[in-house]
Write a protein that binds this ligand. Structure first.
Ligand SMILES: Nc1ncnc2c1ncn2[C@@H]1O[C@H](COP(=O)(O)OP(=O)(O)O)[C@@H](O)[C@H]1O
Ligand SMILES: [Mg+2]
Length: 378
């Protein structure tokens, strides 16, 4: 039998979406085919400490216990900065966790938000020479920054909701001038959101100047840059994309929120938001969204996977790309895996494909020449 692929599943992390990531990773580790893969769970605590172990369930509990200062059975992860020998190595510091020690064949970053979905982890893995699943540095960073993603979409001719960018510095200098500039351009209600975040954290809806000041101040607590958009009376449609150079799109699903908008509470607490797969929309709209999703994926130079979220304007019928998530929620009941299941790719096969795509992308990058001498070229 051929050797198993050692997959490091990285989860948790220094992000507001730590808990969501832990839930996603638990599903992923459970579903990975143990005949093909040796799973090495790598948990990152809220404080940013990297821990490795061999038993997924124990590791998840271990990360929580480590935070409470109660667990010493987990193993530290060492990044050697040596691409020639795959430089991300769980080292054996405790007898109990010996199986976790040794280099990994690929890393599956099941992290949402900052320090995981934003290109920082991807940069670390690039420097260490470790193959990983999902988007590269640029794609992850662009996907995370709502302002820059919109700029690229607009340049690629894709429809986005108009916006204004507000910097913390300017808001702190003269909030009234900032609000006046927004009111000149848009009428209420407007949405303010931190440029780099997710899970609706820091997102607010304002109906007047007072509320606008408040939601902007909140958004700017989470990031030094916020975007403000006119509120759209919309349906929220989501499409999965999978692949590298020839990405494919899943069928389109719809999220119907329990609250006034799809905020953190509606996403994770109330349990009252509903997913409809497929979305009940005309076939042409579904096809248009699938095409746009693939174009958006290529425009941002993404790889592996992304969930492309769109707004369908109920008043005008227009479709806008709202944002992409390069590591969307990944529990078995999350939108992205469910969209693929409904399109014909069951959860375990989706994981196989993501690992394969990560290995292929790594091999493709290895083909790039890294030396050049003008004499030889002549
Ligand atoms: N311009 C807008 N018009 C209407 N609703 C919006 C708008 N922008 C955001 N929302 C609502 O806020 C939610 C969170 O905003 P989103 O841009 O998706 O940020 P996040 O990355 O936090 O998910 C959306 O799912 C939607 O319900
Ligand atoms: Mg969103």
């Amino acid at each position: 039998m051929s050797k198993k692929i050692r997959v490091g599943v990285v989860f948790g992390g220094r992000s507001g979406e730590h808990e969501v990531s832990v839930a996603s990773a638990a599903s992923v580790m459970e579903a990975l085919d143990k005949e093909k893969y040796e799973v090495v769970p790598i948990g990152i605590t809220h404080e940013g400490r990297w821990l490795a172990g061999s038993d997924p369930r124990r590791m998840i509990a271990g990360v929580a216990m480590e935070e409470a200062g109660q667990d010493d059975t987990v193993t530290a992860v060492v990044i050697t900065g040596d691409p020639t020998r795959n430089g991300l190595v769980p080292v054996d510091t405790s007898q109990a966790q010996q199986e976790a020690a040794g280099p990994l064949d690929i890393v599956l970053p099941v992290l949402h938000g900052t320090y995981g979905e934003d290109g920082t982890l991807q940069g670390l893995l690039e420097m260490a020479g470790v193959p990983y699943a999902g988007c590269g540095v640029l794609g992850a960073a662009l996907g995370m920054d709502k302002e820059k993603a919109k700029m690229v979409f607009r340049a690629a001719g894709l429809p986005v909701v108009d916006w204004l960018t507000v910097r913390r510095h300017n808001f702190e200098q003269d909030a009234d001038a900032v609000c006046a500039r927004i009111e000149e351009r848009f009428s209420y209600p407007v949405f303010a959101k931190p440029a780099n975040l997710g899970s609706s954290v820091g997102v607010g809806k304002a109906h007047d100047r007072d509320e606008l000041r408040k939601v902007l101040a909140t958004a700017l607590e989470f990031d030094r840059k916020a975007i403000v958009e006119p509120g759209i009376n919309c349906r929220e449609l989501e499409c999965g994309v999978l692949g590298n150079d020839q990405p494919i799109a899943s069928i389109v699903g719809e999220v119907v929120s329990s609250g006034e908008f799809y905020d953190y509470r509606a996403k994770y607490i109330d349990n009252a938001s509903r997913l409809y797969i497929p979305a009940e929309i005309p076939a042409e709209t579904m096809e248009a969204i699938r095409r746009m999703a693939v174009e958006a994926f290529l425009a941002l130079d993404l790889s592996g996977l992304a969930r492309v979220d769109c707004f369908l304007d109920k008043d005008s019928g227009a479709v806008y790309i709202n944002e992409v998530n390069t590591m969307p929620g990944f529990t078995q009941i999350s939108m992205y895996p469910k969209l693929w299941e409904a399109t014909g790719i069951p959860y375990p096969e989706l994981l196989d494909r993501l690992i394969q795509l990560g290995l292929e992308r790594h091999a493709d990058k290895q083909r790039n020449r890294t030396s050049f001498s003008p004499e030889e070229e002549a």
